[in-house]
Design a protein around this ligand. Structure first.
Ligand code: NAG
Ligand code: NAG
Ligand code: NAG
Ligand code: NAG
Ligand code: NAG
Length: 541
């Protein structure tokens, strides 16, 4: 797989970027977003291309880099890109979801100004509006450690992005129309590996060398298992945390999650299957790519390797075995410093329960009984311009109250610098996947049944991984700790894309009365203005 780096130098006006981290390098990207024909499962369908590519180009960066990404929307509909796992410190305006950012109108462009402040690791970007994610428009993001920061394993001979996800032959407008009519999504038609169906993608290796794969599940709904025939995988990173290097025969990756594995091409020189299959489904979809040794003596042989299918315990045990390597570096040489999450008392417990049901005869999904509906104005703009009536805080409760699902623009307020425990309680019979923008959280525990305060006794307060997306097993709970040190309006959502589209999300408004730029940046000078904010000025350029 060739690495595609789309870095275009623009004549950047210093004024526009004055707010970004001035001392760190700038990387410029110029992206043209178009509809185009793609054939990932052998039938023609309309995909979302970025600079003609499906999937979109990778973003390569180094800790603290400023990324200046000029996105030209050449679709005939509004468009936004969001950056899964990029924390946008003090700057939720750039988050690219409907609650923070006005859509880029057709034919217009918007320049995102991001800084990958104090981050390392593997992430991805995706289109956030109108079920566009079902059409592509996604790509890998990697943040390398700065040169003097030691990485806890030798430089691999190659470093590949692997985007895996379930896929439909139906185009995104048809899928969206189906959801808008109040129906559920059907079972997907296949699985893509880097935008290709079975046998389509390949990875070239040299015998004896070790490679890094940065795998992200960019699909819409299904947990996936990843494996390589006759090769072992060593997990080294999840969403910016260097893990204890544990070797597995295969890895589960839930929707929205990313991880890095190392593997050594230590087998007889031939081609091998890379296999990806659905987890927890009665019908198992499997797709393959090809691992090609440069001195390969022949094509793939034998059946593609099998993996776990419906076993929950296997997945739970693997999840529990994923620990942080406490002596490894993070974005800084010693990420622990004087701060350790296990020694801090939480100041608030938020319990979130997902549910599914009908409202007015249509399928909806909810968090604590509220099914989110977007407001006519991005919530962050309503805050900035002090426009009342767009939403109200407290429109979602801190714990499930039971009762029927209802629609609202749900916003939960939390204090800046609070240290919060969030419990995801899943009383449904599906595997859920939850993501919080703006933050990584410590995944301190997960187990079957109903969470109670006594569940805290089993928490891992020592070496839990910090990540931005966590799974919750059927009729189980997952608990996370999060230090709310990033002011802004942050989307907390189900990564099941039909569920977030039909309301299983809300915004966490991390609030302070301070107006210091040390706590939150001003609205970007180039911010798009829409809804009830139309006609308001940002700031003079
Ligand atoms: C984007 O691509 C389309 C189709 O190739 C082209 O017509 C348009 O001029 C391009 N826009 C930009 C800003 O490059
Ligand atoms: C999706 O397919 C339908 C026909 O099934 C077509 O009318 C529609 O234009 C397509 N959407 C896109 C974005 O191509
Ligand atoms: C749109 O792109 C042009 C260059 O093609 C750039 O000068 C301008 O700042 C961009 N607009 C926004 C709102 O980012
Ligand atoms: C943890 O990180 C250190 C580097 O600080 C490395 O030497 C060690 O091998 C790692 N241990 C495991 C089990 O991954
Ligand atoms: C946490 O709470 C306990 C019990 O209330 C108290 O003894 C301890 O000092 C607190 N720790 C910190 C770091 O505030």
């Amino acid at each position: 797989m060739k690495l595609r780096v789309a870095v275009t130098l623009l004549c950047a006006t210093a004024a526009l970027f004055a707010i970004a981290g001035a001392d760190s390098p700038y990387r410029f990207f110029d992206w043209n977003v178009t509809f185009g024909d793609i054939y990932p499962l052998g039938v023609r369908q309309t995909g979302i291309l970025i600079n003609g590519q499906f999937p979109g180009p990778d973003i390569h960066s180094v800790t603290n880099d400023n990324l200046i990404i000029n996105v030209h929307n050449s679709l005939n509909e509004p468009f936004l890109i969001s950056w899964n796992g990029i924390q946008q410190r003090r700057n939720s305006y750039e988050d690219g979801v409907y609650g923070t950012t006005c859509p880029i109108p057709p034919g217009k462009n918007f320049t995102y100004i991001l800084q990958v402040k104090d981050q390392i690791g593997s992430f991805f970007y995706f289109p956030s509006l109108a079920f566009h994610k079902a059409a592509g428009g996604f790509g890998g993001i990697r943040i390398l450690s700065r040169p003097r920061i030691p990485v806890p394993f030798p430089d691999p001979a190659g470093d590949y992005t692997v985007l895996i996800g379930d896929w439909y032959k139906s185009n995104h407008t048809n899928l969206k129309a189906r959801l808008d009519r109040g129906r559920k999504l059907p079972f997907p038609d296949g699985i893509l590996i880097n935008g290709r169906g079975p046998g389509g993608a390949s990875f070239n290796v040299e015998q004896g060398k070790t490679y890094r794969l940065r795998i992200s599940n960019v699909g819409l709904e299904n947990s996936l298992n990843f494996r390589i025939q006759n090769h072992r995988l060593t997990l080294v990173e999840v969403e910016g945390t260097h893990t204890l290097q544990t070797t597995y025969s295969s890895i589960d990756l839930h929707v929205g999650q990313s991880c890095s594995v190392l593997f050594t091409a230590d087998q007889p020189a031939k081609d091998y299957y890379v296999a990806v299959s659905t987890r927890f489904t009665s019908r198992v979809l499997t797709s393959t790519a090809i691992l090609r040794y440069s001195n390969s003596a022949g094509p793939v042989s034998g059946p593609p390797p099998g993996g776990p299918t419906i076993q929950i315990d296997w997945s739970l045990n693997q999840a529990r075995s994923i620990r942080k390597n406490l002596t490894a570096s993070g974005p800084r040489p010693n990420p622990q410093g004087s701060y350790h999450y296990g020694l801090i008392n939480t100041t608030r417990t938020i319990i979130l329960a997902n549910s599914a049901g009908q409202v007015n005869g249509k399928q909806r999904y909810a968090v604590n009984s509220v099914s989110f509906v977007p407001a006519d104005t991005p919530l962050k703009l309503a805050d900035y311009f002090k426009i009342g009536g767009v939403y109200h805080v407290g429109s979602i409760s801190d714990s499930p109250r039971g009762g029927k699902i209802y629609l609202d623009t749900s916003v939960m307020q939390a204090d800046y610098r609070a240290f919060v425990e969030i419990v995801f309680q899943n009383n449904e019979n599906i595997v859920q996947s939850w993501h919080l923008d703006g933050y990584n959280f410590f995944v301190v525990g997960m187990d079957g049944g109903q969470w109670t305060p006594a569940s805290r006794r089993g928490y891992n307060l020592h070496d839990a991984v910090s990540r931005c997306t966590t799974q919750v097993y059927p009729k189980s709970w997952t608990a996370v700790y999060v230090a709310l040190d990033n002011v802004g309006m942050w989307n907390l959502r189900s990564e099941f894309w039909a569920r977030q589209y039909l309301g299983q999300q809300f915004y966490l408004r991390v609030y302070t009365t301070s107006t210091s730029l040390r706590d939150e940046f001003l609205i970007p000078k180039n911010a798009l203005i829409c809804g009830r904010a139309s006609g308001r000025r940002t700031r003079p350029l």
